[in-house]
Design a binder for this molecule. Structure first.
Ligand code: HEM
Length: 473
Protein backbone atom coordinates (compact mmCIF):
# COMPACT_ATOMS: atom_id res chain seq x y z
CA UNK A 1 0.00 0.00 0.00
CA UNK A 2 2.92 2.29 0.73
CA UNK A 3 4.12 1.74 -2.81
CA UNK A 4 0.66 2.41 -4.15
CA UNK A 5 0.25 5.55 -2.11
CA UNK A 6 3.39 6.96 -3.67
CA UNK A 7 1.65 6.73 -7.04
CA UNK A 8 -0.46 9.43 -5.54
CA UNK A 9 -3.46 8.67 -7.69
CA UNK A 10 -6.17 10.33 -5.74
CA UNK A 11 -9.58 8.76 -5.85
CA UNK A 12 -12.20 11.33 -6.67
CA UNK A 13 -14.27 12.65 -3.83
CA UNK A 14 -17.12 13.36 -6.24
CA UNK A 15 -19.58 10.47 -6.46
CA UNK A 16 -20.32 11.51 -10.04
CA UNK A 17 -16.80 10.61 -11.07
CA UNK A 18 -16.51 7.53 -8.94
CA UNK A 19 -17.15 5.00 -11.66
CA UNK A 20 -14.41 6.47 -13.82
CA UNK A 21 -11.84 6.62 -11.08
CA UNK A 22 -11.95 2.89 -10.49
CA UNK A 23 -9.26 2.40 -13.13
CA UNK A 24 -6.37 4.19 -11.38
CA UNK A 25 -7.34 2.57 -8.12
CA UNK A 26 -7.36 -0.89 -9.68
CA UNK A 27 -3.99 -0.10 -11.24
CA UNK A 28 -2.77 1.00 -7.84
CA UNK A 29 -3.36 -2.52 -6.56
CA UNK A 30 -1.56 -3.93 -9.57
CA UNK A 31 1.83 -4.45 -7.86
CA UNK A 32 0.15 -6.29 -5.05
CA UNK A 33 -1.81 -8.57 -7.41
CA UNK A 34 1.20 -9.05 -9.67
CA UNK A 35 3.19 -10.33 -6.69
CA UNK A 36 0.46 -12.87 -5.93
CA UNK A 37 -0.70 -13.89 -9.43
CA UNK A 38 2.18 -13.04 -11.80
CA UNK A 39 2.17 -10.97 -15.00
CA UNK A 40 -1.33 -12.06 -16.15
CA UNK A 41 -4.44 -11.94 -14.01
CA UNK A 42 -8.16 -11.37 -14.47
CA UNK A 43 -9.83 -8.23 -13.18
CA UNK A 44 -13.59 -7.75 -13.26
CA UNK A 45 -14.77 -4.38 -14.56
CA UNK A 46 -18.41 -4.59 -13.54
CA UNK A 47 -19.73 -7.58 -15.46
CA UNK A 48 -16.72 -7.70 -17.84
CA UNK A 49 -13.62 -9.74 -16.95
CA UNK A 50 -10.40 -8.38 -18.44
CA UNK A 51 -7.11 -10.22 -18.59
CA UNK A 52 -4.44 -7.77 -17.40
CA UNK A 53 -1.14 -8.37 -19.21
CA UNK A 54 1.89 -6.51 -17.91
CA UNK A 55 4.90 -8.49 -19.16
CA UNK A 56 6.47 -6.48 -22.04
CA UNK A 57 7.39 -9.70 -23.89
CA UNK A 58 3.71 -10.78 -23.86
CA UNK A 59 2.58 -7.24 -24.71
CA UNK A 60 4.83 -7.44 -27.77
CA UNK A 61 3.08 -10.66 -28.80
CA UNK A 62 -0.31 -8.96 -28.59
CA UNK A 63 0.69 -5.87 -30.59
CA UNK A 64 3.30 -7.27 -32.97
CA UNK A 65 3.95 -11.02 -33.28
CA UNK A 66 0.31 -12.16 -32.91
CA UNK A 67 -1.43 -8.88 -33.72
CA UNK A 68 -3.71 -10.53 -36.33
CA UNK A 69 -5.39 -12.48 -33.51
CA UNK A 70 -6.36 -9.37 -31.54
CA UNK A 71 -8.59 -6.41 -32.41
CA UNK A 72 -9.63 -3.13 -30.87
CA UNK A 73 -12.71 -3.27 -28.71
CA UNK A 74 -15.62 -0.92 -29.35
CA UNK A 75 -15.79 2.35 -27.39
CA UNK A 76 -19.03 3.10 -25.53
CA UNK A 77 -21.65 4.62 -27.88
CA UNK A 78 -21.30 8.08 -26.40
CA UNK A 79 -17.53 8.11 -26.95
CA UNK A 80 -17.98 6.72 -30.49
CA UNK A 81 -20.13 9.70 -31.43
CA UNK A 82 -17.40 12.02 -30.17
CA UNK A 83 -14.39 10.22 -31.60
CA UNK A 84 -15.97 9.71 -35.05
CA UNK A 85 -15.78 6.55 -37.13
CA UNK A 86 -12.16 7.11 -38.06
CA UNK A 87 -8.74 5.54 -37.48
CA UNK A 88 -9.26 5.05 -33.74
CA UNK A 89 -12.16 2.65 -34.23
CA UNK A 90 -11.86 1.32 -37.80
CA UNK A 91 -10.66 -2.23 -38.36
CA UNK A 92 -9.33 -4.46 -41.15
CA UNK A 93 -8.81 -3.30 -44.73
CA UNK A 94 -10.63 -0.01 -44.31
CA UNK A 95 -8.41 0.96 -41.38
CA UNK A 96 -5.21 0.00 -43.30
CA UNK A 97 -6.34 2.04 -46.32
CA UNK A 98 -7.13 5.16 -44.27
CA UNK A 99 -3.90 4.84 -42.26
CA UNK A 100 -1.85 4.70 -45.50
CA UNK A 101 -3.49 7.89 -46.77
CA UNK A 102 -3.27 9.84 -43.51
CA UNK A 103 0.22 8.76 -42.39
CA UNK A 104 2.21 11.21 -44.64
CA UNK A 105 0.56 14.24 -42.99
CA UNK A 106 2.31 13.33 -39.76
CA UNK A 107 5.79 12.75 -41.20
CA UNK A 108 8.29 14.93 -39.36
CA UNK A 109 9.39 16.67 -42.58
CA UNK A 110 5.80 17.75 -43.32
CA UNK A 111 5.16 18.84 -39.73
CA UNK A 112 8.36 20.88 -39.62
CA UNK A 113 6.92 23.09 -42.37
CA UNK A 114 4.22 24.06 -39.90
CA UNK A 115 6.72 25.09 -37.19
CA UNK A 116 6.70 28.84 -37.99
CA UNK A 117 2.88 28.91 -37.76
CA UNK A 118 2.90 26.97 -34.49
CA UNK A 119 5.60 29.25 -33.07
CA UNK A 120 3.52 32.29 -34.06
CA UNK A 121 0.46 31.12 -32.15
CA UNK A 122 2.56 30.26 -29.06
CA UNK A 123 4.26 33.65 -29.24
CA UNK A 124 0.94 35.52 -29.44
CA UNK A 125 -0.31 33.67 -26.37
CA UNK A 126 2.80 34.21 -24.23
CA UNK A 127 2.92 37.87 -25.26
CA UNK A 128 -0.47 38.26 -23.62
CA UNK A 129 1.00 36.91 -20.34
CA UNK A 130 3.87 39.37 -20.60
CA UNK A 131 1.36 42.22 -20.93
CA UNK A 132 -0.55 41.01 -17.88
CA UNK A 133 2.74 40.93 -15.93
CA UNK A 134 3.59 44.55 -16.52
CA UNK A 135 2.32 45.68 -13.09
CA UNK A 136 3.22 42.89 -10.68
CA UNK A 137 5.99 41.11 -12.61
CA UNK A 138 4.12 37.82 -12.39
CA UNK A 139 0.96 36.18 -13.68
CA UNK A 140 -1.00 33.09 -12.61
CA UNK A 141 -2.21 30.88 -15.45
CA UNK A 142 -4.45 27.80 -15.43
CA UNK A 143 -2.21 25.99 -17.88
CA UNK A 144 -4.39 22.98 -18.67
CA UNK A 145 -6.98 25.21 -20.38
CA UNK A 146 -4.29 27.32 -22.00
CA UNK A 147 -2.53 24.29 -23.48
CA UNK A 148 -5.81 22.90 -24.82
CA UNK A 149 -6.21 26.06 -26.85
CA UNK A 150 -2.69 25.86 -28.16
CA UNK A 151 -3.02 22.23 -29.19
CA UNK A 152 -6.32 22.95 -30.95
CA UNK A 153 -4.47 25.46 -33.06
CA UNK A 154 -1.76 22.99 -34.13
CA UNK A 155 -4.24 20.23 -34.94
CA UNK A 156 -6.39 22.65 -36.93
CA UNK A 157 -3.37 23.69 -39.02
CA UNK A 158 -2.30 20.06 -39.59
CA UNK A 159 -5.80 19.05 -40.60
CA UNK A 160 -7.03 22.06 -42.57
CA UNK A 161 -3.91 24.04 -43.57
CA UNK A 162 -5.09 26.77 -45.93
CA UNK A 163 -8.73 26.47 -44.70
CA UNK A 164 -7.53 27.18 -41.16
CA UNK A 165 -10.16 29.81 -40.34
CA UNK A 166 -13.18 27.67 -41.26
CA UNK A 167 -11.54 24.62 -39.71
CA UNK A 168 -10.93 26.45 -36.45
CA UNK A 169 -14.61 27.42 -36.25
CA UNK A 170 -15.61 23.77 -36.72
CA UNK A 171 -13.14 22.48 -34.12
CA UNK A 172 -14.38 25.14 -31.68
CA UNK A 173 -17.80 23.52 -32.01
CA UNK A 174 -16.25 20.08 -31.45
CA UNK A 175 -14.56 21.37 -28.28
CA UNK A 176 -17.94 22.54 -27.02
CA UNK A 177 -19.44 19.18 -27.90
CA UNK A 178 -16.65 17.41 -25.99
CA UNK A 179 -17.38 19.48 -22.87
CA UNK A 180 -21.11 18.66 -22.96
CA UNK A 181 -20.54 15.01 -23.81
CA UNK A 182 -17.89 14.62 -21.08
CA UNK A 183 -20.47 15.76 -18.55
CA UNK A 184 -22.86 13.17 -19.94
CA UNK A 185 -20.06 10.56 -19.89
CA UNK A 186 -19.70 11.08 -16.15
CA UNK A 187 -23.29 9.92 -15.81
CA UNK A 188 -23.20 6.90 -18.07
CA UNK A 189 -23.88 4.70 -15.06
CA UNK A 190 -27.50 5.97 -15.29
CA UNK A 191 -28.98 3.39 -17.73
CA UNK A 192 -29.98 4.95 -21.05
CA UNK A 193 -28.80 8.41 -19.96
CA UNK A 194 -27.22 9.12 -23.34
CA UNK A 195 -30.61 8.74 -25.07
CA UNK A 196 -32.50 11.04 -22.69
CA UNK A 197 -33.35 14.42 -24.23
CA UNK A 198 -31.72 16.33 -21.35
CA UNK A 199 -30.58 19.89 -22.02
CA UNK A 200 -26.90 18.85 -22.25
CA UNK A 201 -27.67 15.90 -24.51
CA UNK A 202 -29.77 18.05 -26.84
CA UNK A 203 -26.98 20.63 -27.09
CA UNK A 204 -24.48 17.87 -27.80
CA UNK A 205 -26.70 16.32 -30.56
CA UNK A 206 -27.27 19.74 -32.15
CA UNK A 207 -23.52 20.48 -32.11
CA UNK A 208 -22.78 17.09 -33.65
CA UNK A 209 -25.17 17.79 -36.54
CA UNK A 210 -23.70 21.25 -37.05
CA UNK A 211 -20.09 19.97 -37.03
CA UNK A 212 -20.81 17.27 -39.60
CA UNK A 213 -22.73 19.70 -41.82
CA UNK A 214 -19.94 22.32 -41.71
CA UNK A 215 -17.27 19.69 -42.38
CA UNK A 216 -19.24 18.41 -45.39
CA UNK A 217 -19.49 21.94 -46.76
CA UNK A 218 -15.78 22.60 -46.28
CA UNK A 219 -14.80 19.29 -47.87
CA UNK A 220 -17.06 19.84 -50.88
CA UNK A 221 -15.56 23.30 -51.41
CA UNK A 222 -12.01 21.95 -51.22
CA UNK A 223 -12.91 19.08 -53.56
CA UNK A 224 -14.09 21.59 -56.17
CA UNK A 225 -11.03 23.71 -55.69
CA UNK A 226 -8.18 21.28 -54.98
CA UNK A 227 -5.25 23.55 -55.87
CA UNK A 228 -2.58 22.86 -53.29
CA UNK A 229 -0.09 20.89 -55.36
CA UNK A 230 3.30 21.53 -53.84
CA UNK A 231 4.73 21.21 -50.40
CA UNK A 232 5.69 24.62 -49.04
CA UNK A 233 5.54 26.65 -45.85
CA UNK A 234 2.31 28.39 -46.93
CA UNK A 235 0.78 25.17 -48.08
CA UNK A 236 2.05 22.05 -46.33
CA UNK A 237 0.46 18.72 -47.08
CA UNK A 238 -2.56 19.07 -44.87
CA UNK A 239 -4.69 16.10 -43.89
CA UNK A 240 -7.77 17.33 -45.72
CA UNK A 241 -5.89 17.75 -49.00
CA UNK A 242 -4.39 14.25 -48.79
CA UNK A 243 -7.75 12.65 -48.14
CA UNK A 244 -9.53 14.69 -50.82
CA UNK A 245 -6.90 13.78 -53.42
CA UNK A 246 -7.24 10.11 -52.49
CA UNK A 247 -11.04 10.26 -52.74
CA UNK A 248 -10.92 12.04 -56.12
CA UNK A 249 -8.45 9.47 -57.46
CA UNK A 250 -10.63 6.62 -56.30
CA UNK A 251 -13.76 8.20 -57.79
CA UNK A 252 -11.97 8.41 -61.16
CA UNK A 253 -10.91 4.74 -60.94
CA UNK A 254 -14.45 3.68 -60.02
CA UNK A 255 -15.97 5.75 -62.85
CA UNK A 256 -13.66 4.23 -65.43
CA UNK A 257 -14.54 0.74 -64.22
CA UNK A 258 -18.30 0.41 -64.87
CA UNK A 259 -18.62 -2.95 -63.16
CA UNK A 260 -17.04 -1.79 -59.90
CA UNK A 261 -19.41 -1.53 -57.00
CA UNK A 262 -18.49 0.71 -54.06
CA UNK A 263 -15.25 -0.92 -52.86
CA UNK A 264 -14.41 -1.02 -49.14
CA UNK A 265 -11.18 0.75 -50.07
CA UNK A 266 -12.94 3.90 -51.29
CA UNK A 267 -12.51 6.95 -49.09
CA UNK A 268 -15.77 8.88 -49.25
CA UNK A 269 -16.64 12.42 -48.19
CA UNK A 270 -18.39 10.89 -45.19
CA UNK A 271 -15.16 9.03 -44.27
CA UNK A 272 -13.23 12.31 -44.44
CA UNK A 273 -15.74 13.93 -42.06
CA UNK A 274 -15.25 11.06 -39.59
CA UNK A 275 -11.44 11.18 -39.84
CA UNK A 276 -11.37 14.95 -39.14
CA UNK A 277 -13.46 14.33 -36.01
CA UNK A 278 -11.19 11.46 -34.93
CA UNK A 279 -7.93 13.37 -35.31
CA UNK A 280 -9.23 16.24 -33.21
CA UNK A 281 -10.63 13.93 -30.54
CA UNK A 282 -7.47 11.79 -30.36
CA UNK A 283 -4.99 14.67 -30.40
CA UNK A 284 -6.41 17.47 -28.31
CA UNK A 285 -6.50 16.28 -24.71
CA UNK A 286 -3.62 13.81 -25.01
CA UNK A 287 -1.12 16.47 -26.10
CA UNK A 288 -2.46 19.17 -23.79
CA UNK A 289 -2.15 16.72 -20.87
CA UNK A 290 1.47 16.02 -21.81
CA UNK A 291 2.18 19.77 -21.82
CA UNK A 292 0.34 20.30 -18.54
CA UNK A 293 2.11 17.46 -16.66
CA UNK A 294 5.50 18.56 -18.01
CA UNK A 295 4.94 22.12 -16.79
CA UNK A 296 3.79 20.85 -13.38
CA UNK A 297 6.85 18.59 -13.09
CA UNK A 298 9.27 21.37 -14.08
CA UNK A 299 7.58 23.70 -11.58
CA UNK A 300 8.03 21.03 -8.88
CA UNK A 301 11.69 20.44 -9.79
CA UNK A 302 13.35 23.86 -10.27
CA UNK A 303 16.81 22.30 -10.77
CA UNK A 304 15.56 20.45 -13.90
CA UNK A 305 13.74 23.58 -15.04
CA UNK A 306 17.01 25.51 -14.79
CA UNK A 307 19.01 22.86 -16.68
CA UNK A 308 16.37 22.70 -19.43
CA UNK A 309 16.39 26.52 -19.71
CA UNK A 310 20.19 26.59 -19.97
CA UNK A 311 20.00 24.09 -22.83
CA UNK A 312 17.31 26.09 -24.67
CA UNK A 313 19.17 29.41 -24.28
CA UNK A 314 22.47 27.81 -25.38
CA UNK A 315 20.93 26.15 -28.46
CA UNK A 316 18.61 28.99 -29.58
CA UNK A 317 20.88 31.93 -28.81
CA UNK A 318 19.10 35.21 -29.61
CA UNK A 319 16.34 33.58 -31.72
CA UNK A 320 12.78 34.19 -30.43
CA UNK A 321 11.75 30.63 -31.13
CA UNK A 322 13.62 27.39 -31.87
CA UNK A 323 14.13 26.41 -35.51
CA UNK A 324 13.69 22.80 -36.64
CA UNK A 325 17.45 22.25 -36.26
CA UNK A 326 17.37 23.75 -32.75
CA UNK A 327 14.56 21.38 -31.73
CA UNK A 328 16.61 18.36 -32.81
CA UNK A 329 19.40 19.54 -30.49
CA UNK A 330 17.21 19.92 -27.39
CA UNK A 331 18.17 16.52 -25.95
CA UNK A 332 17.44 17.31 -22.31
CA UNK A 333 13.99 18.64 -23.15
CA UNK A 334 13.33 15.38 -25.01
CA UNK A 335 14.35 13.41 -21.89
CA UNK A 336 12.07 15.55 -19.73
CA UNK A 337 9.09 14.94 -22.04
CA UNK A 338 9.74 11.20 -21.97
CA UNK A 339 9.94 11.16 -18.18
CA UNK A 340 6.69 13.12 -18.02
CA UNK A 341 5.04 10.58 -20.36
CA UNK A 342 6.40 7.76 -18.19
CA UNK A 343 5.06 9.13 -14.91
CA UNK A 344 1.78 10.52 -16.30
CA UNK A 345 0.95 8.76 -19.59
CA UNK A 346 -2.22 10.50 -20.86
CA UNK A 347 -3.60 7.13 -22.09
CA UNK A 348 -3.35 4.93 -18.97
CA UNK A 349 -4.30 1.64 -20.62
CA UNK A 350 -5.10 0.02 -23.96
CA UNK A 351 -7.73 -2.66 -24.47
CA UNK A 352 -7.77 -5.43 -27.06
CA UNK A 353 -10.06 -8.39 -27.73
CA UNK A 354 -9.06 -11.90 -28.86
CA UNK A 355 -10.65 -12.49 -32.30
CA UNK A 356 -10.16 -16.27 -32.09
CA UNK A 357 -8.88 -18.77 -29.50
CA UNK A 358 -5.19 -18.03 -29.01
CA UNK A 359 -2.24 -19.10 -26.84
CA UNK A 360 -0.45 -16.43 -24.85
CA UNK A 361 2.22 -16.96 -22.18
CA UNK A 362 1.21 -20.61 -21.73
CA UNK A 363 -2.49 -19.73 -21.31
CA UNK A 364 -5.34 -20.64 -23.63
CA UNK A 365 -7.25 -17.40 -24.26
CA UNK A 366 -10.79 -18.02 -25.56
CA UNK A 367 -12.09 -15.92 -28.45
CA UNK A 368 -13.83 -12.76 -27.22
CA UNK A 369 -11.63 -12.34 -24.12
CA UNK A 370 -10.79 -8.69 -23.41
CA UNK A 371 -7.16 -7.91 -22.56
CA UNK A 372 -6.04 -4.83 -20.66
CA UNK A 373 -2.52 -3.50 -21.12
CA UNK A 374 -1.93 -1.21 -18.12
CA UNK A 375 0.50 1.38 -19.55
CA UNK A 376 0.50 3.40 -16.30
CA UNK A 377 1.26 0.36 -14.15
CA UNK A 378 4.06 -0.89 -16.44
CA UNK A 379 5.59 2.62 -16.38
CA UNK A 380 5.59 2.43 -12.56
CA UNK A 381 6.74 -1.16 -12.18
CA UNK A 382 9.99 -1.46 -10.16
CA UNK A 383 10.67 -4.74 -11.98
CA UNK A 384 11.49 -2.72 -15.12
CA UNK A 385 12.64 0.59 -13.67
CA UNK A 386 15.11 1.37 -10.90
CA UNK A 387 14.36 1.81 -7.19
CA UNK A 388 13.46 5.46 -7.92
CA UNK A 389 10.57 4.33 -10.16
CA UNK A 390 8.11 6.92 -8.78
CA UNK A 391 10.60 9.82 -8.86
CA UNK A 392 10.97 12.40 -11.61
CA UNK A 393 14.38 11.55 -13.03
CA UNK A 394 14.75 12.46 -16.75
CA UNK A 395 18.39 11.26 -16.63
CA UNK A 396 17.13 7.69 -17.00
CA UNK A 397 16.39 8.56 -20.68
CA UNK A 398 19.94 9.89 -21.31
CA UNK A 399 20.93 6.91 -23.49
CA UNK A 400 17.63 6.89 -25.39
CA UNK A 401 14.21 5.34 -24.92
CA UNK A 402 15.34 1.77 -25.58
CA UNK A 403 17.89 1.78 -22.75
CA UNK A 404 15.82 3.68 -20.18
CA UNK A 405 14.26 0.57 -18.61
CA UNK A 406 15.33 -3.03 -18.11
CA UNK A 407 13.03 -3.99 -20.98
CA UNK A 408 12.87 -1.84 -24.16
CA UNK A 409 9.06 -2.11 -24.31
CA UNK A 410 8.45 -1.06 -20.70
CA UNK A 411 7.88 2.48 -22.06
CA UNK A 412 4.90 2.72 -24.42
CA UNK A 413 2.96 5.98 -23.99
CA UNK A 414 1.99 5.94 -27.69
CA UNK A 415 1.09 2.24 -27.86
CA UNK A 416 2.87 -0.36 -29.98
CA UNK A 417 2.79 -2.06 -33.38
CA UNK A 418 0.79 -1.13 -36.46
CA UNK A 419 -1.85 0.75 -34.46
CA UNK A 420 0.56 2.90 -32.50
CA UNK A 421 -0.28 6.59 -32.31
CA UNK A 422 -0.22 8.32 -35.69
CA UNK A 423 0.11 11.77 -34.06
CA UNK A 424 3.23 11.02 -31.97
CA UNK A 425 5.52 13.27 -34.06
CA UNK A 426 3.07 16.16 -33.93
CA UNK A 427 2.60 15.81 -30.16
CA UNK A 428 6.35 15.75 -29.43
CA UNK A 429 7.15 18.55 -31.87
CA UNK A 430 4.51 20.82 -30.42
CA UNK A 431 5.37 19.98 -26.82
CA UNK A 432 9.08 20.68 -27.39
CA UNK A 433 8.35 23.95 -29.15
CA UNK A 434 5.89 25.23 -26.53
CA UNK A 435 7.97 24.28 -23.47
CA UNK A 436 11.15 25.66 -25.07
CA UNK A 437 9.47 29.01 -25.85
CA UNK A 438 8.10 29.24 -22.30
CA UNK A 439 11.54 28.43 -20.80
CA UNK A 440 13.12 31.14 -22.99
CA UNK A 441 10.84 33.79 -21.52
CA UNK A 442 9.71 32.83 -18.01
CA UNK A 443 10.58 31.02 -14.81
CA UNK A 444 7.62 29.30 -13.16
CA UNK A 445 6.42 27.69 -9.96
CA UNK A 446 3.25 26.00 -8.66
CA UNK A 447 0.59 28.37 -7.33
CA UNK A 448 0.17 27.91 -3.54
CA UNK A 449 -3.37 26.54 -4.05
CA UNK A 450 -2.26 23.85 -6.53
CA UNK A 451 -3.49 20.40 -5.44
CA UNK A 452 -1.75 17.33 -6.81
CA UNK A 453 -4.69 15.20 -7.92
CA UNK A 454 -3.99 12.95 -10.91
CA UNK A 455 -7.28 11.44 -11.94
CA UNK A 456 -8.70 9.48 -14.85
CA UNK A 457 -11.67 10.58 -16.89
CA UNK A 458 -10.90 8.88 -20.18
CA UNK A 459 -7.34 10.30 -19.84
CA UNK A 460 -4.95 10.96 -16.93
CA UNK A 461 -5.38 14.63 -16.06
CA UNK A 462 -4.92 16.92 -13.03
CA UNK A 463 -8.42 16.84 -11.59
CA UNK A 464 -8.13 20.16 -9.76
CA UNK A 465 -6.41 21.96 -12.63
CA UNK A 466 -2.87 23.26 -12.92
CA UNK A 467 -2.47 26.86 -11.66
CA UNK A 468 1.11 27.99 -12.35
CA UNK A 469 2.79 31.33 -11.55
CA UNK A 470 5.03 32.70 -14.33
CA UNK A 471 7.67 35.41 -13.88
CA UNK A 472 9.50 37.23 -16.66
CA UNK A 473 13.22 36.31 -16.86
C1 HEM B 1 -3.60 6.13 -31.20
C2 HEM B 1 -1.53 8.07 -27.25
C3 HEM B 1 -1.36 12.39 -29.52
C4 HEM B 1 -4.09 10.59 -33.09
C5 HEM B 1 -2.99 6.28 -29.97
C6 HEM B 1 -2.67 5.19 -29.05
C7 HEM B 1 -2.12 5.74 -27.94
C8 HEM B 1 -2.06 7.16 -28.15
C9 HEM B 1 -1.67 5.00 -26.70
C10 HEM B 1 -2.90 3.71 -29.32
C11 HEM B 1 -4.31 3.28 -29.00
C12 HEM B 1 -4.50 1.78 -29.22
O1 HEM B 1 -3.57 1.07 -29.61
O2 HEM B 1 -5.62 1.34 -28.96
C13 HEM B 1 -1.30 9.40 -27.54
C14 HEM B 1 -0.59 10.31 -26.67
C15 HEM B 1 -0.53 11.52 -27.32
C16 HEM B 1 -1.22 11.38 -28.58
C17 HEM B 1 -0.02 9.95 -25.31
C18 HEM B 1 0.09 12.83 -26.90
C19 HEM B 1 0.91 12.99 -25.91
C20 HEM B 1 -2.05 12.27 -30.70
C21 HEM B 1 -2.22 13.33 -31.68
C22 HEM B 1 -3.01 12.83 -32.67
C23 HEM B 1 -3.32 11.45 -32.33
C24 HEM B 1 -1.61 14.74 -31.58
C25 HEM B 1 -3.51 13.50 -33.93
C26 HEM B 1 -3.43 14.77 -34.20
C27 HEM B 1 -4.20 9.23 -32.86
C28 HEM B 1 -4.93 8.33 -33.75
C29 HEM B 1 -4.77 7.04 -33.22
C30 HEM B 1 -3.96 7.18 -32.00
C31 HEM B 1 -5.71 8.74 -35.00
C32 HEM B 1 -5.31 5.75 -33.80
C33 HEM B 1 -4.23 5.15 -34.70
C34 HEM B 1 -4.66 3.86 -35.39
O3 HEM B 1 -5.33 3.03 -34.78
O4 HEM B 1 -4.26 3.71 -36.55
N1 HEM B 1 -2.59 7.47 -29.40
N2 HEM B 1 -1.68 10.09 -28.67
N3 HEM B 1 -2.71 11.15 -31.13
N4 HEM B 1 -3.64 8.51 -31.84
FE1 HEM B 1 -2.57 9.29 -30.32
Amino acid sequence: LKELASLNLKASAQPMLLSHNILPRVLSFYHHWKKIYGAMFLVWFGPTPRLTVSDPALIREIFVAKSEFFEKNESPLLVRKLEGDGLLSLKGEKWAHHRKIIQPTFHTENLKLMLPMMAKSIEEAVDRWSDEMSNTGKVEVEVSEWFQNLVEDAITRTTFGSSYKDGRAIFDLQSQQMVHATEAYQKVFIPGYRFLPTKKNRISWRLDKEIRKSLMKLIEERRKNSTCQTLSEECPNDLLELMIKASLKETQINNSNISSSCSPLTITVQDIVEECKTIFFAGKHTTSNLLTWTTILLAMHPQWQEQAREEVLRVCGARDSPTKDDLAKLKMLGMILNESLRLYPPAVAIIRRAKIDVHLGGLHIPSGTELLIPILAVHHDPAFWCHDVHEFNPARFAKGVVYAAKHPLAFMPFGLGARRCIGQNLAILQAKLAIAMILQRFSFELAPHYKHAPSVLMLLHPQDGAPIIFRKL
